[in-house]
Write a protein that binds this ligand. Structure first.
Ligand SMILES: *Cc1c(COP(=O)(O)O)cnc(C)c1O
Length: 393
């Protein structure tokens, strides 16, 4: 039969020869998979099967390849991908929380998680409670508690939680533990093997938007676990929420994973040099970083970050006699440090925040400037801060 041109152009061309091998896997883009017969199509529909190729929302060889790599990175067994870091946080919240359940969040949590849980509290009667991450005693779960969120280090002010103490307390009461491990990135500590007793979290979420992407240009999140039952629960919510990631984004992250450990080390090294400089600036009354002995949770960081690594974020508390206008002027005056959210890319970023932390014994809110240290030469970054400090004079 002679086919019309419209028909010929609409039919699939599946012609990759078996013997052709490239370093990078070809990028699969699929909503639809095609089957040889109806029985194969019916069999594929079982979404609990690993590597399910029934419909694009479940995954493609490209997305499964990245998920497998992230599971290796995190020391877990199972991994699911979703379109942003925040989407995996909400995936965990909506999988494990029901009306009346209690959930605990550290006071220095990634703020949108707090906002998501507040929304669940208002609409569905989830009970949200907050604790001081360096004080296990402040975590006082009732029998309704279902989930303990951990974040190491915490957002903006970077206190490092008593991970072992908190996890042990939750486990003793049968409470599920979930960590936001974006800062550690699977490199600074192993969420699934934290100490000699192999203390482990149940679930780890990671904003792949940050170090795995490394470019400030891709949004993605992962949720990992070592427990198949938990994995299946998250998988079901994931499947029903219809959240899927792009093959092109996965291939780009996969490619950047190879350099991630090197990049992370460099972000860390640059940050340590910057800390020395910042400690001498009199307009900054305190430098906040887990490697500093007086920092809240320093000993907990030492206990689980046996690599000695601490990412590329450092914050400073601005001296109380400086005005918010001066702080804004300082941020605006910086050239190399760009004003922007997120982190993990080559370009340094800066922003100021107003926070109050029990962990830091703050009695009233203080202004903090957070530096996201990129991959530029550290001397240039220091020079940039030096010239911007004139606004404080
Ligand atoms: C950025 C970030 C997220 C959210 O990731 P997005 O991909 O930006 O949604 C979650 N947790 C932490 C600690 C983050 O820094």
């Amino acid at each position: 039969m002679d086919l019309h041109i419209q028909t010929r152009l609409s039919q699939p061309v599946n012609s990759v020869p078996d013997h052709v091998k490239t370093l990078q896997m070809p990028v699969f883009r699929a909503s639809t998979f095609v089957f040889d017969n109806t029985q194969d199509m019916i069999d594929a529909y079982d979404w609990t099967r690993p590597y399910n190729y029934s419909y694009g929302t479940h995954g493609t060889p490209t997305t499964y390849a990245l998920a497998d790599q992230i599971a290796v990175l995190e020391g877990a067994k199972h991994c699911l991908l979703a379109p942003s870091g925040l989407s995996v946080i909400q995936l965990v919240n909506s999988t494990f929380l029901a009306s009346g359940d209690e959930v605990w969040l550290p006071e220095n949590s990634y703020y949108p998680n707090h906002e998501h849980l507040s929304m669940l509290q208002e609409r569905y009667g989830v009970v949200l409670k907050s604790y001081n991450p360096v004080d296990v005693e402040s975590f006082q779960p009732t029998e309704k508690c279902k989930l303990l969120w951990l974040e190491a280090a915490g957002s903006v002010s970077l206190e490092f939680p008593d991970l072992i103490g908190l996890i042990k307390k939750a486990k003793a009461k049968g409470i599920l533990t979930a960590i936001d491990s974006t800062w550690g990135a699977g490199l600074a500590y192993n969420s699934f093997d934290l100490d000699d007793e192999h203390t482990a979290v149940d679930i780890s979420v990671h904003a792949l938007t940050k170090y795995p992407s490394g470019g400030g240009d891709i949004l993605m999140g992962s949720v990992c676990t070592a427990d198949r039952e938990l994995y299946l629960k998250v998988l079901k919510t994931h499947a029903l929420q219809g959240i899927a990631v792009s093959g092109d984004d996965c291939a780009n992250i996969q490619r950047n994973l190879a350099s991630m450990a090197l990049r992370y080390q460099k972000h860390h090294d640059n940050t340590l040099v910057l800390i020395e400089y910042l400690s001498q600036c009199k307009e900054f009354s305190r430098v906040l970083h887990p490697s500093i002995a007086s920092h809240a949770g320093h000993e907990y960081w030492q206990a689980v970050c046996k690599t000695g690594l601490a990412a590329g974020l450092v914050s400073v508390v601005v001296d109380g006699c400086k005005t918010v206008e001066q702080i804004q002027a300082f941020c605006n005056q910086l050239n190399l440090f760009k004003l922007g959210y997120s982190w993990g890319g080559a370009t340094s970023l800066v922003m100021y925040y107003q926070v109050q932390r029990q962990a830091m014994q703050h009695e009233k809110p203080v202004y903090i400037v957070r530096f996201v240290v990129g991959l530029e030469h550290i001397d240039d970054l220091i020079q940039d801060i030096e010239q911007a400090r004139v606004v404080f004079a």
